[in-house]
Ligand binder design. Sequence first.
Ligand code: MG
Length: 376
Amino acid sequence: MTTAAIIVAAGRGTRAGGDLPKQWQDLRGETVAARTLAAFAALPCIDRIVLVLHPDDMDRAAAFPGATAVAGGATRDASVRAGLESLVDSGVTRVLIHDVARPLVPARVVTAVLDSLDTHDGAAPALEITDALWRGAAGRVTGTEDRSGLYRAQTPQGFRFDAILAAHRAHPGGAADDVEVARAAGLAVAIVPGDERNLKITRPEDFARAAQFLETPMDIRTGNGFDVHAFEPGDHVILCGIRIPHDRALKGHSDADVGMHTITDAIYGALAEGDIGRHFPPSDPQWKGAASHIFLEHAVGLCAARGFRIANVDLTLICERPKIGPHAAAMQAELARIMALDPNRISVKATTSERLGFTGREEGIAALATVTVIGG
Ligand code: MG
């Protein structure tokens, strides 16, 4: 499967104001076109990018070495057609057609369109209309319209390449978008969820809205945690909140749950909030024998208070015994409950150290964890 993105940038965009077509105007330090191209260039699922330019703008192609520049036509249809024709015999099987004026398209929207092409000829993002719809004339409301079943269409609109090429070749012209061209050829087009960030810059005030979205980008942070607890005489260990019978116990100030401590430290790490010892000093007698879910709940709460949500947790326990495998699902479920997370965002796995080192000699258990948090 080879996927191309055609970025349609041949319009003159006069409604946005300014001396230049909107795609060449500045949006927080980069042109609109540069931001749109970068959004697609960052996606591993896109193999080729075609940039359709106005014939007068062909010298701008040098700024986009990762894209193939093609001269557009007099209408949007003609420009898309030129982009499609440039891909004939290229081996491309799927194509996304995108307005250059939508620079903030989220990766999630692009992948949803591509996923939908597995089962449909075409797919495109859209948002349901939630405002009331009016008709108006001369500044007065002349009627209302039923909004049910109405959508605001976005791009990229995705198609199987041969099907949309044939549809464009057969179309007489004048279509509002490529979905209209596809439907005229009898193709079924699925609707996938669009995104408010994926706005089309049309009027001067749209630059301000897009800039506002850019001010609050997604803030993704990763933290790691590492912890070790030694064995002492006993008859069970507690790992990730699960009591496991064993011929030794883990030694520690609290319940010595090395798995939960490690995840807790990884969360503090992602937030640059120090470690478990800073929030729960071992010198403080109130934490003696404490159940470790108290620490984990504190870290999760701090995460939420700082405006972050936990995207995933990956924990590795290192020991020869006890065997973790039979208990991993229970640990995952218990962590999910404590952290109020979907269990499929929590990985609990284990390894031995091939009888090497302190874990190999069964002197204790080590654990490491990676946690990703998302804010903004
Ligand atoms: Mg510890």
